[in-house]
Design a protein around this ligand. Sequence first.
Ligand code: CA
Length: 230
Amino acid sequence: MKRILVVEDEDAIRGFVVVNLQRSGYTVVDAASGEQALEAYEAADGDFDVVLMDITLPGIDGFEVCRRLRAKSATLGLIFLTARTQEMDKVGGLMMGADDYVTKPFSPSELVARVDAVYRRVQLAAVSSRTAVIESGPFVLNTRSRTLHKNGRPIDLTQVEYQIVELLMQHHGAAMERTKILSEVWGTAVFTDAKIVDVNIRRLRVKIEDEPSSPQYIQTIWGYGYKWCP
Ligand code: CA
């Protein structure tokens, strides 16, 4: 769902903006002041993709609302609605907080095109921050779904096994000390014998190695720990 917050104190403009965005498939929440905007944002638990923000508002102005929202979310799309040339100059200096601005008066198609562009950017940023994929040899590890595939086939891992693989793959080529693996996977507070690492590595090798008896991917560093070798 494409969710947008529209902040505009002039009823006619707010109505025009809301109607046109709804026609383009956006779910719109509107606010007539900076205070209302902040309340609406909190009420929705920040669940907006884009905020369209008038600058000249009674009370807290659009710049200040933008600054506060930006502090809450780095990924939120922010577009200013500007009325005057002086505001434009000010916007130029504040573009670091906003993604774009639209100058009044604007046509529905211009408005929707600008909002769509920012929305797409927000979506792309969200997808790339969610999906962290590590590829190594025949393996693909997905840290979001917490899955490991070998040659395109899923490998059934326990949570602990998954965490060990993720840790080793993130440090591929580097020797990881057994006690380091223990503290990273089981937590430093847990008093556990480092042998549990060896037990899990043995099980992992059965699942992921071509020849578990002569492991190729998880190599043993004698007297120290293990290393992921792509
Ligand atoms: Ca205004």
